[in-house]
Design a protein around this ligand. Sequence first.
Ligand code: B12
Ligand code: SF4
Length: 590
Amino acid sequence: MERIILVEPQSKEDHVYRHVRMPRLGLPILGTQLQEAGYDVKIFMGTGDALPWPQLLQADLVGISTTTATCREAYQIAGNLKAHGITVVIGGMHATFMPAEALQFADYVIRGEAELSLLPLVQTLEAGLAPTDIPGVSYWQDNQQIHNELLKTPIDMDTLPIPDLTLLNKFSSMRTIPVITSRGCPYNCTFCCVTEVFGRRYRHRSTASILEELTHYRGKSIFFCDDNFAAKPELTKELLRGMIARGIKLKGWGAQVRVDAARDDELLSLMKRAGCAIVYIGFESINPATLEGYNKQQTVADIEEAIRRFHDYGIRIHGMFVFGADTDTVETIRQTERFANQNRIDSIQFMILTPFPNTPFYDKLEAEGRILTRDWSLYDGHHTVFQPALLSPEALQLETLKAMKRFYSPKHIWRNLGLTGFGSVIHRTIGWVLTRHFERRNRWYENLLKRKQPGDPRPVALLYRLLKAAGKNDLQTNANQLKVLLTEHKGILHLKLRGLADKLQLAEVKIILRGLSKEHYSQVVVNIEGLRFASDQAAVVFSKSLARLGSRVRRLQVVAAAEKQASYLIGKGLKKRLRMQRFELLINRA
Ligand code: B12
Ligand code: SF4
């Protein structure tokens, strides 16, 4: 097992952050560990169809990282690799929360922090053994899922290597370099999932090791990936003093902090002197009831004070707000936009509250029947995926976008010039372009929410309903030996094909499929576990009609029985469709 490729899939959904070329640090750290142990490692970031497939298909093992919003891309890539017989390990945030789901697409899943698990797993596999004792590993044994216990003590950050970012394909085009100084957060905001992975105990690296890393990046722009860069102000000050003393001049750096950081004059002064250009602050809300509900432990007065004080020190602010709490109304969203403009926040991000799976917030909404869709790719803070309490899903979606548009309007961009300078004008102009782009690309979702019937928990207008309207629902055809069963479950259309398919019968299926694909956003699952092809030609015809269906619906999943059946289809034309968007191959091992 020499060649290892690690992949950070990017989201296909169009949102502001899709265009950021900075990786999360998990794969660079794990990649460096593997490289130091003698493996040939490469890391790729990208959407499935933009990845270098010839290289991926040569790998001995591929590790794929997940967040909730990018897990579908991850599963799609994993499905394709599995069909080619390549060993796949999935890890990261979403896999940690949903290991049983992720394991459907992989040989192994690693939950939680993986620095004490991935290398031992690779070595164990090389020795031909089962990973019975490796913490956090989930795997298959006799078609059963085994989930090893999680790592008991959090990882000591000083035992980790400095990530070698040159392992990344996008290194040369990376404008901002990610550096991390700590893990874990002592707070416990109700909507956040970070503490589920990194814990509530704040751990940090030694100042000496961070300074050593920073010396490599003189003259570059840095983003500190810590959830709360100044959680221990005395340590942060030590680091900043070190940067100043060693003359580590960066092009400018940014970090996430809480409002509390603004109360400490010495900290602010050191941040400015060490080159801090911008802070990212989770203000979350200006509705006191919402702040309380989020357990944010900050007040609106704290927010106002933080804005004023960071500005006094000439540090720009990116304010992050979250809309959609049970105490929020349309007026909350409008007031927040006015607040952000009046207080001259340099740039903002208005996000829609997102119930990440396996958080208490998700469980609550699930229990109340308020989850609208389990399409994880929409769990990105830009789409309404649940039924809010005091406003409709459509209003939450539209008002959030409208507020973004007002904030990033040319009027406010120029008004801002006098106060916070040209830097924030540039940021706001970029925001103006991206917001409009997002609006154009996401109209389909507004339309979808508009069609939602009150009290209907499903994400509306499915192909199935079109079919229902045509009086053909729950169709069961028996064309000679080919059986076609059409059903709907939790808002997803399922097409089950059983028996022997020849060209003629497939022509009939093609007509059914064509009739279905009038809308562009639905999810269809085609189960071919019980399907056999009368000839190679029939398999080619089938591959083609699947591809056509895939280009018309929002997501197409094909469930095949065992890897053999999947490889056969791939051999018969599906290989060309590896680049096909929205296509996933799932292999049922049972
Ligand atoms: C830096 C960062 C960003 C950057 C870079 C993003 C990128 N390339 O994805 C920016 C600012 C652009 C960004 C944007 C967004 N982000 Co962000 N981001 C972070 C942040 C603060 C740090 C990431 C990091 O480096 N972590 C440290 C490293 C060491 O952790 P890690 O990469 O997860 O890896 C460890 C384990 O997870 C595991 N692991 C990870 N991958 C793999 C793979 C394998 C094979 C194995 C075995 C193990 C493994 O092992 C690693 C080492 O222990 C995290 C919070 C956090 N603390 O992680 C949020 C976080 C990842 N972001 C989040 C979100 C929601 C977003 C946005 C959707 C926000 C938005 N509304 O626009 C966008 C989407 C971006 C996208 N890719 O589509 C959420 C994800 C939640 C979830 N359940 O998925 C997080 C957790 C924040 C939060 N508070 O909830 N983000
Ligand atoms: S302070 Fe930030 S990282 Fe910590 S729990 Fe709250 S949202 Fe999560």
